[in-house]
Design a protein around this ligand. Structure first.
Ligand code: ZN
Length: 216
């Protein structure tokens, strides 16, 4: 069986016996594949692979298995996964991914992958909502649920209509709130620091004091 590259990028790579193949074309359930060569060397080995992962190849590789290329692919895969699942800036993501595998990181310096990481981030950001209803709908969509998650749990987002000109979106973690005994509340409201799109007039935060520690 061939190992299939899982990264969602422009190309689909398949590993067979330590060599990298790209899919050239597909007819029904058969993919026609071509060896990617090694470090700039072109290779004529080609063949086909069926949906069960059984392949047939013709030709000989006149190059060693591209171990470094495979390491680079695996490192970029990890970068991609971290970019699409984290909100951290891409430089931090690169540094923390590199710490886990310095050998591969040397093969893929930040400058060489920065633009790709920015593109992955762009592709995995939700559109800017134009109304609070759209905002809540987006956040409640499974695709963007990571924006509702925090270290302690998951936020619930609801938008309610007050009158024909006013609506309110509430973000909170009901499970967390239900677990607390709060006697003192603090309310902070600002008109100054509010998003322009969608147009929000007031941002209001309710905090409660527990065990002498502020918790919002
Ligand atoms: Zn080859």
């Amino acid at each position: 069986m061939a190992a299939r590259d899982s990264r969602i990028t422009n190309r689909s790579l398949i590993l067979i016996d330590g060599y990298r193949f790209r899919v050239k074309s597909k007819r029904l359930t058969t993919e026609y594949i071509q060896c990617c060569g090694c470090e700039g060397l072109i290779c004529n080995v080609s063949g086909k692979i069926n949906e069960n992962g059984q392949w047939e190849l013709s030709g000989d590789h006149h190059h060693p298995p591209p171990a470094n290329e495979i390491k680079k692919d695996a490192f970029k895969d990890r970068l991609w996964r971290n970019v699409v699942t984290s909100q951290e800036n891409i430089r931090h993501i690169y540094d923390s991914t590199a710490e886990e595998d310095l050998q591969s990181a040397i093969l893929v310096p930040f400058a060489s992958v920065q633009r790709s990481m920015a593109r992955w981030r762009q592709q995995t950001r939700p559109p800017i909502p134009s109304t609070l209803f759209e905002y809540a709908t987006l956040l409640n969509n499974d695709q963007w649920k990571r924006f509702r998650m925090y270290n302690g749990g998951t936020l619930t987002v609801r938008t309610a209509v007050i009158d024909n000109q006013t609506s309110v979106t509430v973000l909170c973690d009901p499970a967390f709130l239900a677990s607390l005994q709060i006697n003192e509340l603090y309310i902070d409201a600002t008109f100054k620091i509010c998003p322009l799109t969608p147009k929000i007039h007031q941002l209001l935060t309710i905090m409660g004091q527990i065990d002498d520690v502020d918790s919002s």
